[in-house]
Structure formats: C-alpha cells, structure tokens
Write a protein that binds this ligand. Structure first.
Ligand SMILES: [Zn+2]
Length: 573
C-alpha cells in the first residue's frame, strides 16, 4: 500500500475522552475512532490487525476440529426464557422489540443459540463430539464503558462450544482447547499466564483464564513457577502448621488509651502485627458475625461470602460494632463479646501463641491469648487474601509471585447446565437418552489488540509483535520526487510484495521526521530508509522497531529483501 492512498488518519494528540494507553495509541495511529460511549470504529489499519489475530485463532480452532459458523446477533426471547437467563441477566442485556412486539436481545453470548442448533440436528452418540465456533459481535450494556475497546458496549469475540457424550470426553477435549489457547498466546507474542478462575473448593480446574501480563492490567494474578496461577481475589492460601510453640502465658488486660489500629497498638506494646488477632465485625444477610485474621492479613470477602453462603455482606457500622462488642470501634476481640455471635477464624489465627486482642472494652486490649484455652471459633477456614510472602498452595514450596494482567481468553467446562434446561439429548449405543455435556471457550478478539498494546509500547508508539503487525515493513524514501530514490523504493516494494510481506511505502510529500514518527506510532516492525547519501554506495538503512533509536544498519539494496526474510525466519525458528 502507498501511504498517500491509505486511509490512516494519524493524530498528534489523542482525543481527551480516551482513558488508557491502548485506546490513545489506537486512536493516534489511525486504527480506531470513537463513535460514542463504548462504541468504536475499526479503520483499515485496525481491521487489518484484527484480521491477523483472527487468522491465528481460526487456524488453531481448525487444528482441534472446530468448525466455523455464524449465528444471528439478534436472538429471540423464547430461547433465553428456556434457560432462565432472560430474567437473571440483568441490565447488561440489550433488549428490544420488533414491529410485531416480539421481544429480542442483542447477543452478549451464544450458549442458548448454539444449544438450540445442536439439539435440533444431533440425535446419536455417533455424531459426538462436535465443536462449533464463530467470530461474532457481542453486546453488553456496560454501566460505565471505559478503557477503549477493552470495556466497550460492542466487541468482537471468538466463542466456541463443544458437545460430548460424557464428562470424560469433555475432559479430554478441554485439554486440547487449553493447548490451542496456549499456542494462540505464543503466536500472538504474548507474555501471559493461565490462571484458575474457580475457587479451589469447586475443584480448581473447571475454568481457566488466559491473562496477558501488563502493568496496567485490571486484575492481579498470584502465580508460581510450578504452574499454579489464580486471580489474587480467588487464590487459595496454604494451611500452615503452628510453628511458635512457646508456653502459654497468663492473660493480661492492658490499657491502650485511644489506640485502636493494629500498627499503633503493636508499637505501643512493643509487639508485632503478626502477634495480633484482628477481629472484624461483618453483617451477613442482616446477622452480625465476627471474623478473625492475623494482624498483618486482610479478610478476603469473596471467600467469606462463599463460606457463609450469604447474599449480602458488609462491614458493620460503628453502632452495630458497639452493640455487639460493648466497646467503641478498634477494641473488638473474640473473648467476652457482649452479644453471642458466630466467630469465623482464618487458618493462621489458632497458630498465634500469646496473641493480642481487643478486650471489647474501651481503650483496652488483652495480651497472651491462646486458641483453645481462651477462645474458640465456630469455623476455622481459608479466609484471608493472599499476600506477599505467602507460600504457593500447589507445590507448597515456593513463594507466590504477583503480576497484573488483562484477561483475553476463558475456557469453561459447562457440564449439563444448558443441555439440561434446553433438553439437548442424544441416544447412546443402547438407545438410552442422555444429556450432552458441554464446554465453552471464549477469546476477546478486539480486546487482544488493546492488551497487546498495553503489554508492548514505548514513548514513540505501539511496538507490534511481528505476527500481529498490520504492515511488517515501512519503506521511507527521504524524497519520493527524486527519481533514483523512487525507483529503488518501488523495486524493494514490489519485491517484498512478491514475497507476500505486507509493506507500506511512505510516498507522501512530508518531512522525513514525520514519516519516522508515523512508522513508529503504527509499530511497524521493520523500517527501510532510502536516502541519496546511502544510495550513492548502493545502500539503504534498516532499523527494527524494537531496537534502540540509534541502532540502524546499512544494507545493500540488492540484499535488503533477503535480509528481511532472514529476520522473519529468525522469529519463527
Ligand atoms: Zn508452586
């Protein structure tokens, strides 16, 4: 493509209503334009990049026997009534009526539609397993669309669904999809981690999220070199043994005037936060409840809510705390609570010897408290947030590491959730009717563009991995009106095209500095500069986008295409 003919409206400044790096760089490089809140147009450069992502995904889906389909985006209400999701989906579902008053939704996901398709054709175990996938627009009425295409109201997903005769067959296939997703991440050039999305209690491996690592990521991941990974909100904590076996001392009430916070009491008593038991009062579905964690830990409210099985959970107000403990805020403890309430303790709490607790009296704490002798919990469980220094719950050896990430893919064993409600059955070899067992597998395709940029950019713009780059090479003639330069530029251009290497020739009548800036902004992996001085010796200048500004190479005109081909081969070795 000649730049003068291309529709690549680059911008010096990003529009002020874009709120993250990738959205800004996508707008500035001419990939996208914002049409309205959560609505983005993909311009030719953006679509070209998206097609590169789709090509990789499509090849990997075909490699695991996936077959591509395309389902309507407008879905009838009846299907959603069958699964009960019409009522539970809430306000994120775009709902609308046609001229006959029939109700529809704009698809946020396609489990209903695909199950309807498969149940209408698949009758026998001989037709299973089957995997169908599509690239489809999804709609979500986000309460606050943000982060450019990452949390938009309309976006492209690759969604895939597999149908099996039983759990064992799903299990086998799930592994193949997992491996295909890993290949997709590798081919897109990601630094990534796979995390268990479900809590350990449910089995841990029935759902996995693929996270692209980026400091700007929305989510925090806890991971270990042994392969364990989890969203840190959901990461399990290892139950440790009691190490401090010092003898129990006599309890002692101490005056701590107006000192309520763990830090302050610890320093006042010349103790450490680890010696403390923090007593948090929560209200779960209207009932006050005490939760104990070590002084240097925090309560994981997701784990607590799962354990309590409650719908609503909130920290108690100062009034309720006084009512329950008999003291002002900051002096709660598990001994002598004014009101009898349930006490839940984190695993690590009973291990604290001679602990410090609030006395449930104003300005007083108690020292030398020991589990069993002085207090007991109704339930001891994993209730704390993972934190720095925690040991991996899987290998039980190494310390957990923490990174930020962006979720780009999710694989899920659905089981019979949809086949049951929608009666998707098959006949087995004995002629008996059984429910199909399902898996579903999603990738946020537009999201991949944004996630890649968040992971790979610098002060000059995007740094595309080779596989995704819309153009692999930029040819920059210093002066395209110079006949000799023009001829060489066009010769290299044609030769690259013959080798099926995507190339953009910057034939614009612009200053060289502007041409360099745009090439860097667009993240083109390789740049060839053609100027009079080098050309005298039959040379051109080569630069890789990833390299330092000063790192350029002088290459013979006759060798440049071969040189680029060898660079590409290096990448795919
Ligand atoms: Zn580990």
């Amino acid at each position: 493509m000649y730049f003068s003919k291309a529709f690549i409206p680059t911008l010096k400044e990003a529009p002020s209503d874009l709120d993250n790096i990738s959205a800004k760089l996508m707008a500035r490089s001419g990939m996208t334009r914002k049409l309205g809140s959560g609505l983005f147009e993909l311009l030719p450069l953006g679509l070209k990049t998206l097609m590169n992502v789709m090509k990789i995904i499509r090849e990997e889906m075909e490699s695991i026997d996936g077959q591509e389909v395309r389902l309507p985006l407008l879905l009838p209400k009846d299907l959603w009534i069958e699964t009960g999701r019409w009522d539970v989906y809430g306000k994120e579902l775009f709902r609308l009526k046609d001229r006959k008053d029939a109700e529809f939704c704009l698809a946020p996901t396609h489990e209903e539609a695909i199950t309807d398709l498969v149940r209408s054709h698949v009758r026998s175990y001989r037709q299973l397993p089957i995997m169908l996938y599509q690239f489809g627009i999804k709609f979500r009425d986000e309460i606050r669309p943000r982060f450019g295409v990452m949390r938009a109201r309309e976006f492209l997903m690759k969604d895939a669904y597999s149908f099996h005769i039983d759990e064992a067959d799903l299990e086998k296939y799930y592994k193949r999809v997992y491996e295909a997703y890993e290949r997709i991440c590798q081919r897109c050039g990601f630094k990534y981690r796979v995390v268990e999305a479900a809590s350990g209690a449910i089995g841990g491996n029935f759902s996995h999220e693929f996270m692209v690592l980026a400091d700007t990521g929305e989510e925090e991941i806890a991971w270990c070199n042994c392969g364990y990974g989890a969203n840190s909100e959901k990461a399990e904590c290892l139950q440790t043994e009691k190490i401090d076996l010092s003898p129990m001392l006599a309890t002692e009430e101490v005056l701590t005037p107006n000192i309520g916070s763990v830090e302050d009491v610890a320093s006042f008593l010349s103790s450490t936060k680890e010696k403390f038991i923090k007593t948090m009062i929560y209200v779960a579905d209207g009932k006050p409840t005490a939760v104990l964690v070590r002084g240097d830990h925090d309560v994981n409210e997701i784990k607590l809510q799962t354990l309590l099985g409650c719908n609503e959970l909130e920290l108690a107000s100062p009034n309720i705390i006084e009512e329950v403990t008999g003291a002002k805020v900051g002096f709660a403890g598990p001994v002598n609570l004014k009101k009898q309430i349930k006490i839940y303790a984190d695993f690590s709490v009973p291990n604290i010897s001679n602990a410090v607790i609030g006395a449930n009296k104003d300005d007083k704490h108690i020292k030398n408290i020991n589990y069993g002798r002085d207090y007991k919990a109704d339930i001891v469980a994993d209730l704390k947030k993972v934190s720095k220094g925690d040991i991996c719950p899987r290998c039980k050896k190494e310390k957990l590491q923490f990174s930020r990430g962006i979720e780009i893919g999710h694989v899920f064993k659905l089981g019979t959730k949809y086949s049951k409600s929608m009666k998707a059955t098959y006949l087995d070899a004995q002629g008996k009717e059984n429910l199909m067992v399902m898996g579903c597998y999603g990738i946020g395709v537009t999201r991949i563009l944004a996630a890649t940029i968040e992971q790979s950019y610098d002060e000059n713009g995007i740094v595309w991995p080779f596989s995704l780059a819309p153009y692999k090479v930029s040819i920059i003639p210093v002066d395209f009106k110079n006949q000799e330069i023009k001829e060489v530029a066009e010769k290299i251009y044609n030769e690259l095209k013959e080798n099926k290497i995507e190339v953009l020739l910057d034939d614009r009548d612009e200053r060289i500095g502007i041409k360099f800036k745009d090439a860097d902004l667009m993240g083109t992996p390789f740049r060839i500069t053609i100027g009079e001085k080098n050309l005298k010796d039959g040379n051109v200048e080569f630069k890789a986008r990833k390299d330092d500004k000063s790192k350029t190479e002088i290459i013979k005109v006759t060798n440049i295409v071969g040189y680029i081909k060898s660079k590409i081969q290096e990448k795919f070795k």
